[in-house]
Design a protein around this ligand. Structure first.
Ligand code: F6R
Ligand code: MG
Ligand code: MG
Length: 368
């Protein structure tokens, strides 16, 4: 790659069939995705790729020079998911094609089901990136850790110590209900930011930039499948890309944000609150009450667009405490059974199948 040339890092994900139930992805689907992306790399369409999975979601990690929202790259991802769906149908895997909400591709996978986190940047002398992938939760799950990484000096020492960071970061926040977004510059905008992003079901941080030079630092997949489909079709199971080091939060500062297994919405039937448990790749198969929600992190060094890695970032006993706490919190939350706040509040249940259950009571309520 030429000096100063820009590389695009695209992470496009979808659940196109679970093995078993909503637990995992069958290896044949991963092989199909790898083969397709291998061919695309041979053709020079993408620079490099890696296929990973978290729970029942396939994540296509790709580097290229086509920029964000490239119809060519999105089309490629769509075709990969369609091919994987064929295999899933053949094996009668669970929910084959679940996240492909439209019949035909129309230029951009946004709004069609798959989740997308993308960023374009000039690769630095050394470019360490972290890719987070979650299962059994939605995009708002990133709000708290992103706040910690980029606005909380008790998490990120660099906000106090590194002169490149003391000017702070700006958060682009999406209002998923209105389809509008607003940028909040921190630290001055911290309180307003928190007033929004504490409402995780509606407001989602979609990207973060460094104030001193507007450099992109983080990008998140923010689609709400339920709003696209108008009914429950699974949680979004979001992904996020975070660039690190040399004037951005260090790898360890970014990961520190996940030591606290905060409560997120998702889990069983996308209808429950539970802790987000950071796990190594091989433990990302949620089975207890279809959960608890998981997050994995793949670390890469980029080298002229080549993805050097992945390193399995949560495969570290330093996260054992977070996992133990997540399991204790799971026990506690589960004991509430169908009661709030373990079960999500009514408004969040709007797009689930619960209204169908309650519709049987129509006409039986008597005014008092
Ligand atoms: C959560 C999830 C699962 C399913 C549950 C019921 O995101 O995918 O918890 O909601 O297994 O699935 P169905 O309704 O397909 O039987
Ligand atoms: Mg599924
Ligand atoms: Mg999933």
């Amino acid at each position: 790659m030429k000096e100063g040339a820009k590389v695009t890092l695209s992470v496009i994900k979808a659940d196109v069939g679970g093995f078993v139930g909503h637990t995992n992805v069958h290896p044949e689907l991963l092989d199909t995705a790898k083969e397709r992306l291998h061919n695309s790399k041979e053709k020079g369409q993408i620079i490099d790729y890696h296929v990973l999975r978290c729970g029942d979601d396939i994540e296509l990690i790709m580097t290229h020079d086509r920029g964000c929202d490239s119809p060519e790259i999105h089309g490629l991802a769509w075709d990969v998911f369609v091919a994987c769906t064929e295999v899933a149908k053949e094996l009668k895997l669970y929910g084959a094609g679940q996240d492909l909400l439209k019949d035909a591709f129309s230029g951009n996978v946004r709004g069609m089901g798959p989740g997308v986190a993308e960023m374009e940047f000039a690769e630095r002398k050394s470019e360490p990136v972290l890719i987070f992938m979650a299962d059994k939760t939605s995009s708002g799950a990133w709000n708290l850790p992103l706040y910690k990484m980029f606005a909380d000096p008790f998490n990120t020492a660099g906000l106090v110590i590194d002169p490149h960071m003391t000017e702070g970061f700006s958060f682009d926040v999406l209002d998923a209900k209105e389809g509008a977004s607003v940028v909040l510059k921190c630290p001055s905008g911290i309180y307003t930011l928190l007033a929004l992003i504490g409402t995780t079901g509606r407001y989602m941080v979609s990207s973060v930039r460094r104030n001193s030079d507007n450099e992109i630092a983080a990008a998140v997949s923010t689609q709400k499948l339920s709003l696209i489909a108008g009914r429950y079709v699974g949680k979004d199971d979001p992904v996020a890309i975070v660039r690190t080091q040399s004037g951005l939060p260090a790898v360890g500062e970014v990961l520190e944000a996940f030591v606290f297994p905060h409560l997120v919405s998702g889990w069983m039937r996308g209808s429950h609150t539970g802790p987000l448990m950071p796990v190594p790749f091989y433990e990302a198969s949620p089975t207890r009450f279809d959960g608890p929600p998981r997050v994995i992190c793949a670390g890469f060094q980029l080298s002229d667009g080549r993805l050097i890695g992945p390193h399995d970032m949560f495969d570290d006993p330093a996260f054992d405490g977070a996992r133990r706490l997540a399991n204790r919190v799971s026990d506690y939350m589960r004991r509430h059974g169908p009661f709030e706040p373990h079960r999500l509040p009514e408004a969040e249940m709007e797009y689930t199948t619960m209204p169908q259950v309650l519709s049987a009571l129509k006409g039986r309520f008597k005014k008092i």
